[in-house]
Design a binder for this molecule. Structure first.
Ligand SMILES: [Zn+2]
Length: 144
């Protein structure tokens, strides 16, 4: 089993193929696919939670650690010192769009409620802010 196969087998709601997936993040109460996963050409796994979870926490939630992201011959490299790989992961536009689309849907539902005279409560307003932050974060990755 490759590192990415090992990771994918432990995640829920996995979508995607050809070395690029989205899934539910196991480190927070994830209603949408916040987790983007990619397999690098050298077999290492890149992952990022667009809700802001630390990679180490995502892996810890499914019984893995940073060394599990690397093929056996890469495991010598100690990434646990900084807690993350030195390179910023690059994700496919289709995965970023899936995340943005979900958050846009959340915003749309609330906008519909407001249009029908409902006043959003505190929780809903905070969820709106989260949606904005996730879209903003995903957009920044798309610009890499
Ligand atoms: Zn998360």
């Amino acid at each position: 089993m490759t590192p990415v196969e090992n990771l994918i087998s432990r995640l829920d709601k996995v979508k995607g193929r050809n070395g690029s997936w989205t899934a539910r993040c196991p480190a927070h109460d994830d209603k949408g696919p916040s987790l983007a996963v990619r397999e690098g050409e050298d077999g290492r796994v890149l992952l990022h939670c667009f809700a802001g979870c630390q990679t180490a926490n995502v892996l810890g939630a499914i019984g893995m650690d940073m060394t599990d992201l690397f093929p056996p011959d890469e495991k010598r490299r100690d990434y646990t010192v900084t807690g993350k790989p030195s390179m910023k992961p690059a994700f496919f536009a289709s995965d970023l769009m899936r995340i943005i689309h979900f958050e846009a849907l959340v915003v749309q539902i609330v906008a519909f409620d407001i249009a029908n005279g409902k006043t959003p409560n505190q929780e809903t307003r905070e969820r709106m802010l989260t949606a904005y932050q996730r879209i903003d974060e995903a957009t920044r990755y798309a610009n890499v």
